[in-house]
Design a protein around this ligand. Structure first.
Ligand code: B12
Ligand code: SF4
Length: 513
């Protein structure tokens, strides 16, 4: 039992974080640049500050598909390069100077995106912005770019490049997400540095979600993303083509349409590979689906529980089972050997200072292998932002701090400092030796791999930093992933022979997206 005030009785240890994980690489104003290469497009994922409380491993688990998805529509006579500043290889290239620089912009790294854009534009490149922040705050972004892509980049990118060639570039381009998703080309993963990520196979099978929680970016004003699915065959082909043992589905909610997930599992099963995905806990309404997921290689799910208070969930308009039933539902996933990475939001209006202790206790009691925490963050142009603004509770608009690791609004039943303290405490508690041990699997055969994965993921930030710096993330993790896949294949053979769940599944990568 954790005392409700325990988080506030202890002082927290200072977490180690190297400078290059909090400060972006410098952009030299006097730098000599190369000549402009007109048909060279440089695509940049800008630097963002890492949170010392969480695992650095999270940032190299799998790449965002923002850039690779529209890169696939680049005409053949263009050369394309990808640069992720978070891989700690320094600032993006400039010799030769790209004719076009495409930058994805989220609110947390908007400031860095603007700096990069100003630097490249001053040296002759055309800069195109796209991504979530462009959708929610276009007027803030516009002064820093030659063109804004508002909406689906897959439809817009070839048009924008065509207009650049014809010298008819417009300042804003619009596209919806209502097209047939099956017609999109596969993301151009060949651009990605393969050694730098645990897996380069970020897959996306669907977009949208059957929910519209008031705090989620999907509820952004004017953003309409109907639930759209790719053909399971397309997903399977992409998984095979990237030749990795493990894939991460980056869908908002792979479980929104259960009939679809059943057919996707049927298609994935023969691959003998492993994968993880984000789903809502209502997928457990259908235990047959959970069984099919396990048989198809699902080793872990990322579940947005958000809160253990029904009142908080009702306020957010999240359609979800009662929280009193969450533990039983977690057991269904565990029974089929599926690890649960629970995502929890802290600071809702019904959260009091005991929320940290209660949440940690619940996670430990139910042996969630991994948990991810977020301080409630009102993203601009969402219903939550409007509510907070109307109540005069927004503390500031420094978007860099809207990273879910800082309190940017006035919580109802505690101070902003207490909320940040509680957030740091809960991470330290869940990453502690005692908590890792308490959450070990029942099956002793699964414990060594569980411990190896947990210690690597949760207690090795210095090692992560070293791996990232030396491009060793994939070579070092791949053997562990392979071991997990073998264990899982054995588990699946057992599952096929029994009508009820069988023990000792593969304990896998503690995916913490
Ligand atoms: C993979 C992922 C990550 C990865 C990689 C992130 C990265 N930037 O490299 C990791 C695990 C590291 C990560 C970390 C975090 N993430 Co994240 N992540 C995602 C996830 C699951 C998938 C992103 C993706 O690939 N989408 C698919 C692509 C195809 O869609 P897209 O990005 O919208 O791109 C399309 C268009 O926007 C457009 N477009 C985008 N960029 C550009 C650029 C140009 C030039 C053009 C023409 C078009 C264009 O074209 C694309 C195709 O249509 C999303 C949720 C989601 N499903 O989108 C969350 C999400 C982006 N993450 C989010 C958050 C909050 C975080 C964290 C802050 C969480 C935390 N506390 O740790 C951190 C820190 C990262 C940061 N500071 O931004 C939020 C962002 C909310 C917001 N309003 O900004 C999201 C939306 C999750 C959510 N439901 O809240 N994340
Ligand atoms: S369930 Fe998750 S992805 Fe769906 S709207 Fe709510 S927060 Fe967003």
């Amino acid at each position: 039992m954790i005392a409700p005030d325990e988080p506030f009785l202890c002082s927290l240890s200072k977490r180690w974080i190297p400078r290059e994980m909090i400060t972006p690489p410098a952009l030299d104003r006097k730098q000599q640049v190369g000549p402009v290469e007109p048909h060279y497009a440089l695509l940049i994922n800008p630097f963002y500050t890492k949170d010392a409380n969480a695992s650095f491993g999270k940032h190299v688990l799998t790449p965002s598909l923002a850039l690779t998805s529209f890169a696939a529509t680049t005409p053949e006579h263009w050369r394309v390069e990808y640069w992720d500043e978070n891989l700690l290889d320094g600032r993006p290239p400039f010799r030769p100077m790209p004719g076009v620089v495409g930058i994805t912009v989220h609110l947390t790294f908007a400031r860095r995106a603007f700096e990069l854009a100003d630097w490249y534009r001053a040296r002759g490149a055309k800069v195109v912005f796209g991504g979530l922040h462009v959708l929610s705050c276009p007027d803030e972004c516009a002064p820093h770019a030659d063109a804004l892509a508002l909406g689906d980049g897959v439809q817009l990118w070839p048009r924008i490049l065509g207009d650049i060639e014809a010298n008819t570039l417009q300042s804003r381009y619009f596209a919806t997400y209502e097209n047939d998703y099956r017609e999109d080309p596969s993301p151009r993963r060949s651009l990605l540095p393969r050694r730098s990520f645990l897996t380069t196979t970020s897959l996306i099978a669907t977009r949208g979600c059957h929910n519209r929680c008031g705090f989620c970016y999907l509820a952004t004003d004017g953003l309409r993303i109907p639930y759209r699915m790719r053909h399971p065959r397309q997903v399977v082909e992409e998984f095979q083509a990237d030749d990795q043992p493990y894939a991460v589905f980056i869908d908002n909610n792979l479980g929104s349409r259960r009939d679809y997930l059943h057919s996707l599992c049927a298609a994935l099963r023969p691959l003998n590979k492993i994968w993880s995905a984000a789903v809502t806990i209502d997928v457990t309404d259908d235990p047959g689906l959970i069984r099919n997921m396990a048989a198809a290689g699902c080793t872990g799910v990322f579940v947005g529980f958000e809160s253990l208070s029904d009142d908080n969930l009702a306020d957010s308009h999240k359609k979800t089972p009662k929280t009193s039933d969450y533990a039983r539902r977690v057991r269904i996933l565990h029974d089929y050997g599926i690890q649960v990475n629970g995502s929890f939001v802290l600071g809702f209006d019904h959260d009091r200072k005991d929320v940290f202790a209660r949440t940690a206790e619940w996670i430990e009691e139910n042996r969630l292998e991994c948990a991810t925490f977020h301080i409630l963050t009102p993203y601009p142009a969402t219903p939550l932002f409007r509510q907070m603004e109307a109540q005069d509770r927004i503390l500031h608009r420094d978007w860099t701090l809207y990273d879910t690791g800082h309190a940017v609004f006035q919580p109802k039943h505690m101070t902003a400092e207490e909320l940040e303290h509680g957030y740091a405490w809960i991470y330290q508690r869940l990453f502690s030796h005692a908590s890792i041990w308490q959450r070990r699997p029942d099956e002793w055969q699964a414990i060594p791999l569980y411990l190896a994965m947990s210690y690597l993921y949760k207690r090795s930030n210095r090692f992560w930093h070293w791996l990232i710096k030396h491009d060793l993330v994939n070579p070092v993790w791949k053997p562990l992933v392979e071991m997990t896949r073998w264990r899982h294949l054995r588990y699946r053979r057992g599952l096929a022979q029994h009508a009820s769940p069988v023990a000792a599944a593969g304990q896998v990568v503690s995916a913490g997206v």
